[in-house]
Design a protein around this ligand. Structure first.
Ligand code: SAM
Length: 278
């Protein structure tokens, strides 16, 4: 690979979390029998000059596979949307260095990434915009991004790894703003449960590798899912998406059980939700 393909990246706080995600996604994509075919992530991680291991520790195989299964769940939602709207628009809020476009591209989809300016600069330097893919350097909370969306052929908004970092009123406003502006559309997002959010707020969350994630002010328990409908009258349907079964004892057998046992319903570390708009 040409030396000028590499780029030094220094991001901290919430934007820095995208590097944790990429570190783990690329690790999982390198495994034989991986649950996520993502050569673009592997290539991208190799082009970034960043102290991954010093900052995050060595990749945790369980977390890496969980991260990849979450990405697969989002991919399945996007593929499902594209099967029905092959020329539709996917709006990827807070896309970071996600490489989902390359995993799901059908050759026709239009793709709009909405990212904070500092992250957008890194993303466009490493993954320059293309004919059907553009990046808006703007906060997702600046709702003017909605004016940039072509709504003629269907809209799916994704927010992977974003809402937990927002304050609760911002989350509600964002869901309502999507429901109001994209009738017939949908929003896919993930959330952490309330206990997890509280631990991050008290600085008590730390991975076994010593990495402390930034505070996550918004948590949502699985039991609270029906309340998402109250964000806006046009939220017609809210449905939890389950990750596919992975490999090994935990992701192959134990993790899927969490969805069957009522006692752990509100303890699940993440969930992925699809809200459809009337
Ligand atoms: C955990 S990373 C998720 C990145 C990517 N979606 C993924 O799953 O790998 C969090 C991302 O949220 C972005 N972000 C945080 N606040 C944002 C906001 N108000 N508007 C848009 N993006 C935001 C950060 O720049 C970062 O890329």
């Amino acid at each position: 690979m040409a030396a000028d393909d590499t780029r030094t990246v220094r991001l901290g706080g919430v934007p820095g979390t995208l590097l944790w995600n990429l570190h783990h996604r690329a690790y999982e994509a390198r495994q034989s029998h991986t649950v996520l075919d993502d050569p673009k992530a592997v290539e991208l991680a190799g082009r970034i000059d960043y102290p991954f291991e010093e900052t995050f520790g060595p990749p945790n195989p369980l977390l890496a596979q969980g991260q990849a299964l979450r990405a697969r769940t989002f991919d399945d939602a996007v593929r499902d949307f594209l099967a029905r709207h092959p020329d539709g628009t996917v709006v990827a809020l807070a896309e970071g260095l996600e490489t989902q476009f390359w995993r799901v591209d059908n050759g026709r989809v239009r793709w709009l990434c909405v990212e904070l300016p500092e992250t957008a600069e890194v993303r466009t330097a490493l993954l320059p915009d293309g004919e059907r893919r553009r990046t808006l350097a703007r906060s997702a909370l600046d709702l003017s991004w909605r004016d940039e969306v072509d709504t003629d052929r269907g809209v799916l908004v994704t927010a992977q790894g974003l809402l937990m970092y927002l304050r609760p009123p911002g989350v509600r406003e964002l869901i309502a703003a999507c429901a109001e502006r994209f009738p017939g559309g949908a929003l896919v997002f993930d959330a952490v449960p309330r206990w997890f959010s509280a631990r991050t707020l008290h600085g008590r969350m730390r991975t076994a590798q010593g990495y402390r994630p930034p505070p996550m002010p918004w948590g949502l328990d699985a039991g609270d899912l029906p309340r998402v409908r109250t964000a806006h009258p046009a939220v017609a349907d809210v449905r939890e998406l389950r990750p596919p079964r992975g490999r090994g004892l935990y992701h192959g057998a134990l993790a899927p059980l969490q969805y069957r046992l009522p006692a752990v319903r509100n303890l699940r570390p993440t969930m992925t939700v699809l809200a459809r708009f009337a």
